[in-house]
Design a binder for this molecule. Structure first.
Ligand code: AMP
Length: 382
């Protein structure tokens, strides 16, 4: 669980924290406020308790969130289904609908709801806002949102491509247009959000026209522990020949596939050093990762026709120069030329890593989902 206390206008971060290993006896909280870091370690049974711990650390640092001038609490909610295309104020009806959508995101929506309910109880006077990870892709053109399966079955069960990481794709698209000093309505972008989860999107004039994640966040790029695209027949095949039930297959595809499935590791720093040491499994994992990434870049170049910039963001996208180099190698004839020195330079700022004569700009834009959520929540409440 991650949280920030952030000023929506200035972007100033007053406090931030992360709770890890919720449900374990050796959970931890790292809370940083005004430059000081406080740590807690010990048992944290569930997400509700994690939030209580976090609020307690605010208290210990001298900020009682119950009495301070909190404008809103913004909750990241993963699946908004067809129901939510914009942020909404938390209400009983909204909670019921997010709950109903849990069948589409069984790992995420129920946990998001625990956070929403806990904050309602702990901070009853502060307006709460749900910001949906799917919202940016709500209006995907129907040719990219539609799966070519029996349309009656699809309609009955709400099967379509929803897309995820939308808050990040939207934020980064806006920041890229600003970096280029261009009107967002005139800019076409390929956005590559490469973190532990990874997704690509094609953005035309500020609107998403395609994205790599689908009904769930399992589709698309190779990820830390998720397979991304596979032949769907693999699922039936495993059911029939490997005696795996759907839960076992689900767990394998989500938790022990992707980079981890191929080489046992999902942290890109570890994989990079294993590749440097000549590890065969890590090298294959890296090659499969890059191959899939290039496929999507190629698809979106054609999809968009004219591309102004390719934008890298999130943990891997912002910090792994080899992925940016290899993802865009030998594409000079497509107008894409990465500047090796600019690419290798370390920085936390938005930056251009293509050469001056690269027709398509290549940018690294740090994502900031917390600020994006805070801004959306503030806009709604105000
Ligand atoms: P995120 O999900 O955006 O937090 O990104 C997590 C991923 O970013 C993990 O796979 C990390 O290994 C990777 N990452 C973070 N820092 C670096 C780095 N300096 N070099 C390569 N990968 C990194």
């Amino acid at each position: 669980m991650k949280y920030q206390l952030v000023h929506p206008d200035s972007g100033e971060v007053i406090a931030s924290g992360v709770v890890e290993r919720i449900g374990d006896h050796d959970a931890s909280v790292e809370h940083t406020q005004n430059g000081d870091t406080q740590n807690f370690s010990g048992a944290i049974t569930n997400h509700r308790e994690a939030l209580q711990r976090a609020l307690h650390l605010f208290d210990e640092c001298g900020t009682d969130l119950r009495t301070s001038d909190l404008l809103a609490v913004g909750h990241r909610v993963v699946h908004g289904g067809k129901s939510f295309s914009e942020p909404v104020l938390v209400s009983d009806e909204v909670i019921a609908e997010v709950d109903r959508l849990s069948s589409l995101a069984p790992l995420h929506n129920p946990v998001n709801l625990i956070g929403i309910e806990a904050i309602r109880e702990l901070l009853p006077d502060v307006p709460a806002v749900c910001v949906f990870d799917t919202a940016f892709f709500h209006d995907l053109p129907s040719h990219s949102a539609t799966y070519a399966i029996d349309h009656e079955v699809a309609e009955r069960h709400n099967i379509r491509r929803y897309g995820f990481h939308g808050t990040s794709h939207e934020y980064v698209s806006g920041a890229a247009a600003e970096f280029l000093d261009r009107d967002p309505a005139d800019v076409n972008l390929i956005v590559l959000h490469l973190g532990n989860g990874a997704s690509a999107s094609a953005v035309r004039g500020g609107r998403a026209v395609d994205t790599s994640m689908g009904l769930t966040p399992l589709e698309g790029l190779v990820m830390g522990t998720r397979s991304g695209d596979i032949d769907p027949a693999i699922v039936m095949y495993l059911r029939r020949v490997a005696d795996m039930d759907v839960d076992a297959i689900d767990t394998m595809l989500n938790k022990s596939s992707g980079l981890k499935g191929l080489c046992g590791e999902n942290d890109f720093r570890t994989i990079t050093s294993m590749v440097d040491d000549g590890d065969e499994a890590a090298t294959l994992a890296y090659d499969v990762y890059i191959h899939r990434l290039r496929r999507y870049i190629g698809a979106y170049l054609v999809d968009l026709g004219r591309v102004d910039a390719i934008v890298f963001t999130a943990g891997v996208g912002e910090n792994a120069p080899t992925v940016r180099r290899d993802g865009l190698a030998n594409l000079e004839r497509f107008g894409i030329v990465v500047d090796d020195d600019a690419n290798a330079a370390r920085s936390r700022d938005a930056r251009r890593i293509s050469t001056g004569d690269s027709e398509i700009a290549v940018l690294v834009i740090p994502t900031n989902e917390e600020l994006a959520i805070a801004r959306k929540a503030a806009a709604l409440v105000r």
